[in-house]
Design a binder for this molecule. Sequence first.
Ligand code: SAM
Length: 316
Amino acid sequence: MLLNDKFGRSFKTLRVSLLSTCNLGCVYCTMGTEEEVLIDRKPQPSASFFLNHIARLHAQLNLQTIRFTGGEPLLYRELPQAIKGVKALGIPDIKLTTNAFLLDRMAPALKTAGLRYVNVSLDAMDEESFFRMTRRRQLDRTLKGIETALACGLDVKINAVMMKGKNDDQVLPLLEYAFERGIAIRFLEVMTMGHLFGHGQEYLFSQDEILNVIASEYNFSKQHRKSSSTANYWQTTEGGVFGIIANDTEPFCQDCNRLRLDAEGNIYGCLSNNHAIALSGAEDEQELGEKLQQAMSQKQELHFTGSEMSMMHIGG
Ligand code: SAM
């Protein structure tokens, strides 16, 4: 089935939120209450629960990419099985978004299972800023996770959410760390999601502000933006490449190809719409197609507004 909307958008990337809890308490995701950051002790859905949904969606959408996320996907016990299952479905790109706290010990098994790409969330290069952003110490665990992933041959990218007054002095240290290792890095404008909905603007450190900081040290020129890319990219005269995901000041809704699946089996077509569409009610392929149409109609035309749902649940 070909599912396109009036802007020619289709779903090609599925982000799967494997669980809604995390071992860090990042300030853009959570209020830092015990419940939000406590490791979930209740039973996790099985890998086959996710794989059944993914297989049905793939049959209709011919997906190009699965990205496992959460919560923290490395806390999901059947992650290697889930990766193997997606590989067996023939979906070409299998990716993971993680804080890398547990990556040092898990990277080899994940690579063997079929993982190719890892986005590591790293918002600071010094311990105090890292603590301000994540409410945890041990920045070295994340850095070690990155080194091990690189040594295993995984393709690593860094994502850094920039927040005014919290870590806006970390742009250059993060850039230098990435450039030294030849790792791609993207800076993200903070999104008004979850507890920031309605008042996240006070923390906005915009694309222009990020560029101004980088311009104090580097000369760079803008690169052509690939269709469906979440980021704008620039290249320095020395050859370093960096991206900015300007969620707020230059949203990329017009060619967004993402669909989201949460750990309760609900799909979402857009981060600005937190109306869950339950897949459980779709008895046959026609009903599934209707649910996908519903998800497609959630997509915004131009503006990202955010929603009350935290990325911790819907999947970042
Ligand atoms: N725990 C994993 C991690 O830290 O990468 C995966 C889930 S986490 C929700 C994924 C990413 O979503 C975060 O690192 C951050 O880049 C992004 N994110 C979450 N809330 C955000 C917000 N309000 N604004 C911008 N980015 C956000």
